[in-house]
Write a protein that binds this ligand. Structure first.
Ligand code: 13P
Length: 213
């Protein structure tokens, strides 16, 4: 095993525990993956708790999804692979069932291309536009096709009645974006039906120009 792989396995355990301790993951919900330099993918085993991962049991897949080592991979490996195919710079993906993001995924949305209005600068910088991916049951291969269609234009997306999927240039980046989304969704629900002052288009454009979201 390379030093890179050894390090990334430990990072997955560390970030899984962090998400679990912070209440963003519960039971065996959620999955994490990272892409190695040679294109192989490390992904959390199916039905594992993000709070109790072991480095040596993490599944290793080839780029096309064949199992190379470790426990049986997440049943959602195929949508992780679809995101990596569409986003060459992505090195990590986080999928969660975090409460407020899931609540947002259960609302009826008029604009399915962006289901969270621009409330804060960090939301725009870390998450960007958040499209809604139509509902398919967890593990349904059609979910991969729907995710693939969305992933080329967006690093973050919300699976309807399910939860967020966010890609990053590192596991830290993807985790931070998921945390930012969860906190922004909390703010969105806290605001409720009060009149809200949203960021203006020019302000969103400026953030994207300066921070490249
Ligand atoms: P896995 O345990 O197969 O990764 O599935 C968990 C999950 O989050 C389903 O949406």
């Amino acid at each position: 095993m390379t030093l890179e792989e050894e390090h990334l396995r430990k990072e997955m355990v560390r970030y899984g525990a962090l998400l679990y301790e912070r209440g963003l993951a519960h039971g065996s919900a959620g999955n994490l993956s990272v892409r190695l330099g040679d294109g192989a993918i490390l992904i959390t085993p199916t039905n594992s708790s993000l709070g109790a991962l072991s480095p040596e049991r993490i599944s290793k897949l080839s780029q096309d999804g064949s199992v190379l080592a470790g426990d049986l991979p997440s049943k959602e490996s195929f949508f992780h692979i679809a995101v990596y195919e569409q986003r060459p710079a992505a090195k990590a993906i986080v999928h969660l069932h975090s409460t407020y993001s899931v609540a947002l995924s259960c609302l009826c949305h008029q604009d399915k291309d962006n289901v969270l209005p621009p409330l804060t600068a960090y939301q725009v910088m870390r998450v960007g536009r958040l499209p809604l991916v139509p509902y398919f049951r967890p593990g349904d291969i059609r979910l991969a096709d729907a995710v693939r269609r969305t992933a080329s234009g967006h690093k973050a997306m919300l699976l309807a009645n399910h939860g967020p999927v966010i890609a990053g240039a590192s596991l830290a980046e993807a985790v931070h974006a998921c945390e930012e989304l969860e906190e922004t969704a909390k703010v969105f629900f806290a605001l409720g039906s009060r009149p809200v002052s949203l960021l203006r288009c020019e302000e969103v454009d400026e953030l994207q120009a300066v921070f490249g979201s």
